[in-house]
Design a protein around this ligand. Structure first.
Ligand SMILES: [Mn+2]
Length: 285
């Protein structure tokens, strides 16, 4: 399997635990607090990220550098996808006359302006530590398939929703569709677009974990992209984005329950950390 494959597969973790973390958006220190709280063991535990490592928060580059760790597995979010499209000409020819959005990707306006501090105008290039992180983004898949049978789960950024023209009910793609894409090493473009951007399920149908509707045939599928104050579920999707960067806002009216969530896959419990609290908060259903 090529290391640029859009869907990749990993065996179950027989020694340690598997965790999923919500959209980091540069909130590296919140992740450190959570890994401490669960006594994360880098020698045998694994951390899966639902993507959007960058933009909005204070430490985007440090979050991207997690991709170098042997225990860290991430999928591309729409923010990495925008960043990749923005830098594609630079990756190809190594020359950056100006830091300007010539391709119209919207990257700089959607939180990507942090990259400006890594631009070296005299050399018409980005700084070396930035380049090293940038070259890892094309290697991020759009989906991880982990384990098999009853223990199988998926990691994606947004949604596996499919248009269902026979009824008005939303439906999701199932394991056999995913296995077919894996065998063909390709994801249909409309599916790829929803994997990165869709909020159809999460905005319309999601609810607490214990009341969730299951999509028959689809293994638990962890995702992010759309934030709320608690993990929630619909059609086998478990959304763990609880708005890490929202907790940066000092607005006293803002809901204090936003933060970064770390979800223990096997135990189905989670812990969250917020810039607005000093302690971490545990939750389970
Ligand atoms: Mn997103």
């Amino acid at each position: 399997m090529s290391n640029n494959a859009p869907i990749r597969k990993l065996p179950a973790n027989l020694q340690g635990k598997d965790y999923v973390v919500g959209d980091l958006h540069g909130c590296f220190s919140l992740l450190e607090r959570l890994l401490d709280a669960v006594h994360f063991d880098k020698s045998q535990d694994r951390l899966f990220s639902v993507g959007d490592l960058i933009d909005r928060g204070p430490d985007s580059l440090r979050c991207l550098q997690l991709l170098e760790e042997s225990w860290f597995y991430a999928v591309q979010g729409n923010h990495e996808n925008m960043m990749l499209n923005f830098f594609l000409p630079y990756l190809l020819n190594g020359n950056l006359d100006r830091l300007k959005d010539v391709a119209g990707t919207g990257f700089l306006d959607y939180g990507g302006d942090w990259v400006k501090s890594y631009y070296h105008a005299g050399k018409k290039s980005m700084l070396p530590e930035f380049n090293r992180a940038l070259t890892m983004i094309p290697k991020m898949p759009l989906m991880w398939i982990v384990g098999a049978g009853e223990n199988r789960f998926h990691i994606i950024h947004a949604e596996l929703v499919r248009p269902d023209y026979r009824t008005s009910q939303p439906a999701a793609w199932v394991d056999s569709d995913i296995d077919r894409w894996l065998a063909e090493q390709t994801i249909p473009p409309d599916v790829e677009d929803r994997l990165l951007w869709s909020r159809t399920l999460m905005l319309s149908e999601s609810c607490a974990l214990d009341k969730a509707k299951i999509q028959p045939g689809l293994s638990p599928t962890f995702c992010g992209h759309t934030c709320s104050t608690r993990p929630r579920q619909v059609l086998s999707h478990v959304c763990v984005d609880t708005g890490a960067f929202v907790s940066l806002e000092s607005d006293p009216e803002a809901d204090g329950n936003y933060g970064l969530t770390l979800f223990d896959v096997q135990a189905s419990r989670w812990v969250s950390a917020s810039y607005r609290r000093n302690d971490v908060a545990w939750g389970e259903h």
